[in-house]
Structures are given as structure tokens and as C-alpha cells.
Design a protein around this ligand. Structure first.
Ligand code: T46
Length: 134
């Protein structure tokens, strides 16, 4: 499985750092929605679903979090632990976010508006959707 991590340009100076993200330049799609999760409790696993068409870029702007990606054939776990790196998550990809560090903030840039119909929340249904189970 190809893991696509995007280095995000830092504009650092003596005052500190700033990262700016523009659609179709730093983020590989038009941004329709931004959301972020914070205050995630210890031991919690979020996600556990796939999307039929949504593309996203995940940036851990504070702390760290592990992201498991599963395309139905292979699984990879990626550590996000800095605010100048984005993880691209395509559609048809099962994802699970775990091991949020204390104070972790995971920001997500999404290619579409929120649509519950785009979610596949059942793993067997996901395998059928990606043609790995009949
Ligand atoms: C994803 C991973 C990385 C909204 O009302 N609007 C939104 O845009 C979102 C994302 C969520 N919600 C509501 C729906 C639920 O009642 O917020 C609640 C929590 O959402 P969910 O349980 O889907 O959150 P996660 O962390 O399991 O998954 C989220 C995204 O939903 C999902 O698209 O890829 O983060």
C-alpha cells in the first residue's frame, strides 16, 4: 500500500512557526470542510469506517496519534506526530485513529461536505465494497 505523506511548508522565524494550507496546492483536492478532534480520552479508538468517495488530509497539529489504514488487502499504521506533515487518506480506505497523546489535536481537511451516506461503518460491507469479499 502506498502511504502518501505530504510535507507542509513551515514559515518559521524567530517568533515561531506558521503553516498555511491552500486547496489543490498543499492539499491535493478542493477543501469543502475542515474539522478537528481534541480531548480524546486515553485508550479510545476513533474512526473504524471507510468512505465511498471522500478524500481527506489529516494533520496532527498538536501531540501525536496513530492512524491505521486498511485498503482491504494490506494494513499500515502511520504515526502522525508533528504539525508540518499531512497524511492523505483516499476513499475506499478503512481507517482507525488510536493512541492519541494527551492534548492531541487532529485536524482534517475534507473534499466534501458531511454526508452520513458516504460512510461504510461495517467492515464486511467495506470488504464487499472494495471487491475483497463476495
Ligand atoms: C473520518 C475520521 C478521520 C458532524 O456532524 N460533521 C462532521 O463533519 C463530522 C466529521 C462529524 N460529525 C458528527 C457525527 C458524529 O455524531 O460528529 C460526531 C462524531 O463523528 P464520527 O463518529 O464520525 O467521528 P470519527 O472520529 O470516528 O471520524 C471522523 C470523521 O467522521 C471521518 O470522516 O474519516 O474522523
Amino acid at each position: 500500500m502506498e502511504i502518501k505523506k505530504y510535507p507542509l511548508q513551515q514559515h518559521g522565524d524567530s517568533r515561531g512557526h506558521l503553516v498555511a494550507l491552500e486547496e489543490k496546492t498543499d492539499v491535493p483536492f478542493e477543501i469543502k470542510r475542515v474539522y478537528y478532534m481534541f480531548d480524546t480520552k486515553s485508550g479510545i479508538v476513533r474512526g473504524m469506517h471507510a468512505h465511498k468517495s471522500l478524500e481527506q488530509l489529516l494533520v496532527c497539529v498538536h501531540g501525536s496519534v496513530k492512524i491505521l489504514l486498511d485498503d482491504g488487502t494490506e494494513k499500515e499504521t502511520v504515526l502522525l506526530d508533528n504539525p508540518y506533515e499531512g497524511l492523505y487518506v483516499s476513499n475506499n480506505m478503512w481507517r482507525e485513529m488510536s493512541e492519541f497523546s494527551e492534548g492531541a489535536v487532529l485536524m482534517v481537511f475534507a473534499s466534501k461536505y458531511y454526508d452520513e451516506d458516504d460512510y461504510i461503518r461495517d467492515y464486511d460491507e467495506f470488504l464487499r465494497f472494495v471487491g475483497k469479499k463476495f
